[in-house]
Write a protein that binds this ligand. Structure first.
Ligand code: ADP
Ligand code: ASP
Ligand code: MG
Length: 465
C-alpha cells in the first residue's frame, strides 16, 4: 500500500525535441518500456515546435491575419495526424481523428476570438498554447497503448493547480501535491503508466494557465515532488547538462554530476536545457534530477544532486541569457540618499518584474531585467525622482561553480579571456557560485567561446566526459 509517495517511482519527461516525429515517439516508447520496473510517470511536451507555431498563429490572428493562421493550423493538424497515424493501424485512425477534430475545432474557434479581440491577451496565449501538450499527451497515450503499454492520459489541468499569473504561473504546492497523489498514485499502483502533458495547469476556477516557455521540466519536477519520486528524468536532445550550450561550442563537455545549487544558477541564467524553476521542488524533497539524451539513451547524462561535487576545475559550466535590458537609474539629486534603492525596488516589485543583476555607484544604479512587459510603466515611475536610460539587446554570460568562492584569481582569468569584449556590468552573486557579465547580445556567443576555451582547456575527467 502506498502512503504519501513512493520512492520506487520515477518521473520521465520528454521534451518537444524528443517527440518531433513518429520515429521519435517510437524511440521514447522504447525508453519508457525499458524503465517499466521503476514505475514511470511520463510527462510530455508538445510535439516538436508545436508551441512556437501556436504562438505565431495567435500573434498572426491578433494582427488581422486570421486566414494565414488557419492555414498553419491545418498544417499542424496534418503533422499530428501523419506522425501519430503512421504509428497506429488503420483501425485506430478513427480514434485519432476524433481527438484531432475536437481539439482543432476548439482551436479554430479560439483563433476567431483572438482575431475579434485584435490582441493576443495573456489568457488567450495560455489557452491557445496549451493545446500542444493537451494533444501530445492524449496522442502519445494512445500510441503507447498500441505498443502494448498500459498507458492512461491524465489531464494536467486537473493536477497542477496554479495562481492566476498567465504565461508564468506558479503552482499552489500543497493542493497540487495532494492532487498529484490522488490522481497518479492509484494508477501507478495498478501498474498503469500515467501520461501527463507538461507546461500547463489551471487556476482554482478552472482557467488554463502555463508555467512559462520550457515549463514541462518544471511540471515533471512538481509531479516528482508530489509523489516523492526516486528520480526525475529530463530526456532531451543533448547528452546532459554540458559545460555550455553545445550549439554555441560544439566541443562542450558533458558534466557528469553537478549540485542542485550550481545547476539552478545555470538554469536561471539561461541554460535552456532546464526551465529555471525546475530544481526548486526537487531540491525541497531532495530528489535527484537526471538529464538524458533520448537519441543516445545509453549515455549516462548528468546527475543533479544535493551534495557538492568536488572538481579540480574552477567552474562547472557557462550559461548565457539573451534578451536582457539594462536600466540605468541616476539620482537627480546627485547623491545616493537613503531610501533611494528602496524606492527603486518598490517600483520593480509593484510591476512584478524581477531584477537579475545590480551594480551601483554613488549616484547611479544599473540593473538588468529580462521581462520588458511593464518597462514603460517602470520608467515612468522612476523618472519622478531619477534620470533613466534603457539599453536593449544585452546578454548575461555567467560562469558557475562551487569552487569560485574559494579560488583566487578567477576574475583575472575571466577578464583576461574577455579582454577584447566590452563588458557592461559585472556581478558576483551573493551565493558566490557565479560570476556574471553583461555584454551586448552580439558579443555573447564570442564571450562564451572565449570563456570556454579559458576554463575548459583541461577538464577534470572525474566530473566531465
Ligand atoms: P527540450 O525540447 O527537450 O525541452 P530544449 O530545447 O528546451 O529541449 O533544451 C535543450 C537545449 O538546451 C539543447 O539543445 C541546447 O542547445 C540547450 N542548452 C543551453 N545550454 C545548455 C547546457 N549548458 N547544456 C545542455 N544544453 C544546453
Ligand atoms: N511546449 C512548451 C514550450 O515549448 C513547454 C516545454 O516544451 O517545456 O515552451
Ligand atoms: Mg525545454
Amino acid at each position: 500500500m502506498r502512503g504519501k509517495g513512493d520512492r520506487s517511482m520515477i518521473v520521465m519527461k520528454f521534451g518537444g525535441s524528443s517527440l518531433e516525429s513518429a520515429a521519435a515517439v517510437e524511440r521514447v516508447a522504447g525508453i519508457v518500456r525499458a524503465a517499466l520496473a521503476r514505475k514511470p510517470v511520463v510527462v510530455v511536451s508538445a510535439m516538436g515546435s508545436t508551441t512556437q507555431q501556436l504562438l505565431a498563429m495567435g500573434e498572426a490572428a491578433a494582427a488581422g491575419k486570421r486566414a494565414g493562421a488557419l492555414d498553419k493550423l491545418r498544417a499542424l493538424r496534418e503533422m499530428h495526424e501523419h506522425e501519430i497515424g503512421s504509428l497506429l493501424p488503420s483501425s485506430c485512425h478513427g480514434e485519432v481523428g476524433k481527438i484531432l477534430d475536437c481539439h482543432f475545432c476548439e482551436m479554430t474557434d479560439l483563433l476567431g476570438k483572438i482575431s475579434a479581440a485584435g490582441e493576443f491577451l495573456p489568457e488567450f496565449v495560455d489557452d491557445f498554447s496549451s493545446y500542444g501538450e493537451r494533444l501530445s499527451s492524449r496522442l502519445i497515450a494512445l500510441a503507447f497503448r498500441r505498443f502494448g503499454m498500459d498507458s492512461v492520459h491524465v489531464d494536467a489541468r486537473c493536477v497542477i493547480l496554479t495562481d492566476t499569473r498567465h504565461m508564468a504561473a506558479t503552482p499552489l504546492y500543497s493542493q497540487t501535491y495532494a492532487r498529484v497523489r490522488d490522481k497518479i498514485l492509484p494508477l501507478a499502483s495498478q501498474d498503469k503508466i500515467p501520461i501527463v502533458g507538461g507546461f500547463i495547469g489551471a487556476t482554482e476556477s478552472g482557467v488554463t494557465t502555463t508555467l512559462g516557455r520550457g515549463g514541462s521540466d518544471f511540471s515533471a519536477a512538481i509531479i516528482g515532488a508530489g509523489i516523492a519520486a526516486e528520480e526525475i528524468q529530463i530526456w532531451t536532445d543533448v547528452d546532459g547538462m554540458m559545460t555550455c550550450d553545445p550549439k554555441v561550442v560544439p566541443e562542450a563537455r558533458r558534466v557528469k554530476t553537478i549540485s542542485f545549487a550550481e545547476a539552478a544558477e545555470l538554469a536561471y541564467f539561461g541554460a535552456k536545457v532546464l526551465h529555471p524553476s525546475t530544481l526548486l521542488p526537487a531540491m525541497e524533497k531532495n530528489i535527484p534530477v537526471v538529464v538524458l539524451n533520448s537519441r543516445r539513451p545509453d549515455v549516462a547524462g548528468t546527475r543533479i544532486v544535493a551534495e557538492a561535487v568536488p572538481c579540480s576545475n574552477v567552474i562547472k559550466a557557462i550559461s548565457c541569457k539573451r534578451g536582457i535590458y539594462i536600466v540605468n537609474i541616476r539620482s537627480t539629486r546627485m547623491l545616493m540618499s537613503h531610501g533611494f534603492l528602496h524606492r527603486i525596488f518598490e517600483i520593480f516589485s509593484r510591476a512584478e518584474t524581477a531584477v537579475d543583476m545590480l551594480a551601483s555607484s554613488e549616484v547611479s544604479v544599473s540593473l538588468t531585467i529580462d521581462n520588458p512587459a511593464r518597462l514603460a510603466e517602470i520608467c515612468r515611475a522612476l523618472r519622478e525622482f531619477a534620470e533613466v536610460s534603457v539599453e536593449e539587446d544585452q546578454a548575461i554570460v555567467c560562469i558557475v561553480g562551487d569552487n569560485l568562492r574559494h579560488t583566487p584569481g578567477v576574475a583575472a582569468r575571466a577578464f583576461g579571456a574577455l579582454q577584447e569584449i566590452n563588458i557592461r556590468m559585472i556581478s558576483q552573486g551573493a551565493s558566490l557560485l557565479n560570476l556574471g557579465f553583461v555584454v551586448t547580445a552580439r558579443d555573447a556567443e564570442r564571450s562564451v567561446k572565449l570563456l570556454h576555451r579559458e576554463f575548459f582547456r583541461d577538464a577534470d575527467p572525474a566530473v566531465f566526459d
